[in-house]
Every structure is written in C-alpha cells, then in structure tokens.
Design a protein around this ligand. Structure first.
Ligand code: PLP
Length: 397
C-alpha cells in the first residue's frame, strides 16, 4: 500500500545523485570509473577557511544561531554584494540556509501557491521543477537548444508569461550548460519583465565566480529589478565548500522575512561552524577562488577541444560553471550487440558500463538530446575520459 502523500509521489528522485551512486557502486567492485557526473569542485576547501572553522569549534560556536544566520556572516555577504555586484542590501535582507539548494527551495515555497506558474528556462538545474511541484505550482518549461547557446530569447519569455506567472528561475552561469547570459541578453529579458511587474525573478548565481568571460552580471543590477529579484548564492562552488552547506538569499524584505519564518519552523539556522567558515571565505583572501577559476578555464579549453573531435557530438563553448553539455542524439537508434541506445539516459548508462565514464543523461535537465559532463576533475582524467568515450562510441552502429 502506498501511504505516501501525493506531493512525494509526484517528486522525481535526483538523477545526478543516482548516477554518482551507480558510479560509486562500480568503483566499489574494483572498476576504475572516471566520474564526470558530480557537480562539485575537486579542490579542497582553502586552509584559512578550515582554520576559521576549527577556531569556531574551540570558541564554542556550538549553539543555535539566529534563524537567518549570524550577523557577522550576513554583514560579510552585504559587503560582498556591494563590492562585487554593486548592490546595496541591509543585513536583514539576507537569509542564510543549508546550501543554495535550500535557499532556492525556501524562495519557491514562500512564493508559490497551488496552480501558480513558474517559468524555468531549459536546460535547467534538475531540482527547479521538482521544487515548484513540491509547492504545488506548475513548472512552465521554456526550451533553448544548442543553436541558441542554450539561452532563451526575450520573445520566448514573453510568450511564456500568463496572468498565472508568479516567478521565473534564471540560472547564469548555468548548470548544466555553462552558458552565461551577457549584459545585453539580460537587458532584453528585463525589457519583457518590465511589462509584467508581478513576476518575481529567482536568480541562481551559485556559479558567479566560475566565469570565463569577465565580470558577472546579476539581473538584480538592472533598473527596477532589485525590488523583484531574489539572488541565490553561496560558498559551495566558488570556495570548494559543497559539504559545508551554506547558501543565502538576498532579496526584498517581505520575501526574506517569509523565508525566515519558513526556516524557523523547518530547519532553523544553518550549521554554526560552517557559518564561521563561510564568513572567513567572504572576508579573507580571494586568491584561491581565482586559482580554481583559472584551473577550471584550462580544463574547459581542454575538454571542449577534445569533445569536438568525438564523432557525432555537437559542442558549444561554455562560458562559466564546470560542465560541458554535448548534443549526442546522433547515437540514438544505434546498437552494440544486444544493447540499443534509445535516448541520452541509455547513452549515459552505456558510457558508464562499457566506457567506465560516468556522465548524466540530459532528460533530467529538460534536454533529452544531450549528456552532461562535469570537468571538475584533473586534466589526466579529462583526457582519459574522452578517449574512453570515443572508444565506447566507436562500437555503436
Ligand atoms: C545551479 C545550482 N544551484 C544550486 C545548487 C546547490 O548548491 P548548494 O550545494 O549550495 O546547495 C547547485 C549545486 O549543484 C547548482 O548547480
């Protein structure tokens, strides 16, 4: 008997986590798998941040923190937003949560009523539509293919807005495509949004610092947008701190206060020690962030060059994050022995089981013609992974 709520029954499990698990299982059997399925930096957290956490333990930061986070961390975020993004917020307009994931989910739950529509450009980060469904809202998927560099146009946005549109979730730099909206492209979207003031923008900027085309542009910087934008960001990707679980929102007071109310009944403030570590990340030297960004850029150049040589792969030039999202439908309908590739999920499973390289099928990201590869791994792994992929694909006909 299924006694679960409709809410949970309608939720899909995370396909990225499932692929990582399958890859770990093969590794446990002694198979040398190269894992390109994970969405996290392969670097360790910088030393000065770890030291701050050790000190926080010794200084007994071991009790409940204020629900939105310690004032010290929120003030550091206010400073970061001013210095890096040219945006003025007060500390009360910041709310910290257990990672950017909870931050997005808090904003969605605080905004969305049953039946409200939320526009989600595809390819999208796997969790957005599921979060909207949790809130009993309706995800409205607007698709952008590789021919438009996986970015939606103002005309597509305009066509998707209805009287029921409550919000839009914009992710730039993007997971899974690495695409970055330029200033001009954001201005085009804002022109449409200006005509529809009821639409709130949830701007997921977690990959802000992993950008290869220059300064990050936030949609909140455009005229009239800050009052209707919730910026989501955090320390996970830029500072190699995925396990510490600190994200934040910066937004209009009414919405941030609502997220605090939600969080106060649900999870309370995030881990006290991690907050001290995150404060050190924002206030300390930013040199490690740049070192990691430079390494990611080198790897981006390497994987793009190699992936372009894979027959049947169509590849764009990602401008941020650490993912490549090749279009690979050339292989759909092909077989090797009794294995037939019907879709990107089959292809990802084939590459894992035959090539021993873990990628993620694009269906989970709303792009069933593509697969996602994370290049947050060593240059050697990238070279060997593409060699294996080529070899495995050559067996398909
Ligand atoms: C686009 C995007 N947003 C949010 C998150 C979640 O970040 P965090 O680990 O801080 O919860 C991720 C992590 O993969 C992501 O790719």
């Amino acid at each position: 008997m299924n006694q679960l709520s409709d809410r949970l029954n309608s939720l899909s499990p995370s396909e990225t986590l499932a692929m990582s698990q399958k890859s770990a299982e093969l590794k446990a059997q002694g198979i040398d798998v190269i894992n390109l399925s994970v969405g996290e930096p392969d670097f360790n957290t910088p030393e000065h941040i770890k030291e701050a956490a050790k000190k926080a333990i010794d200084d007994n930061f071991s009790r409940y923190s204020p629900v939105p986070g310690y004032p010290g961390l929120r003030n550091a975020i206010v400073e970061k937003l001013k210095k890096e993004n040219g945006l003025e917020y007060t500390a009360t307009q910041i709310s910290c949560a257990n990672g950017a994931k909870q931050s997005v989910c808090n904003a969605v739950l605080a905004l969305v009523n049953a039946g409200d529509e939320v526009i989600i450009p595809a390819p999208y980060w796997v969790s957005y539509p599921e979060m909207v469904k949790l809130a009993e809202g309706t995800p409205v998927i607007v698709s952008a293919g590789i021919e438009q560099d996986f970015k939606i146009t103002p005309a597509q946005l305009e066509a998707a807005i209805t009287p029921k549109t409550k919000a839009m979730i914009l992710c730039s730099p993007s997971n899974p495509t690495g695409s970055v909206y330029s200033k001009e492209e954001l201005a085009g979207l804002c022109e449409v949004l200006n005509k529809h003031p009821q639409v709130i923008v949830i701007a997921d900027e977690i990959y802000e610092h992993i950008n290869y085309i220059g300064k990050h542009q936030s949609i909140a910087q455009f005229p009239g947008m800050q009052e209707r934008t919730v910026i989501v960001n955090g320390v996970s990707k830029a500072y190699a701190m995925t396990g510490w679980r600190i994200g934040f929102i910066a937004g209009p007071q009414w919405l941030v206060s609502a997220c605090n109310k939600l969080q106060g009944q649900y999870t309370s403030g995030p881990c006290s020690v991690s907050q001290k570590a995150a404060e050190a990340a924002y206030t300390g030297t930013q040199a490690p962030v740049e070192e990691m960004r430079v390494a990611f850029e080198r790897r981006r150049n390497l994987i793009v060059q190699l992936a372009k040589e894979v027959p049947g792969f169509e590849v764009n030039m990602p401008e941020g994050a650490f993912y490549l999202f090749p279009k690979c439908d050339y292989y759909f309908g092909k077989s090797a022995g009794d294995r037939k590739i019907e879709n990107a999920g089959d292809l990802a499973m084939y590459l894992l089981e035959v090539g021993h390289v873990a990628c993620v099928g694009g269906a989970a990201f709303g792009a069933p013609d593509c697969i996602r590869m994370s290049y947050a791994t060593s240059d050697e792994n990238i070279v060997e992974a593409i060699r294996r992929i080529k070899e495995a694909l050559a067996k398909l006909n």
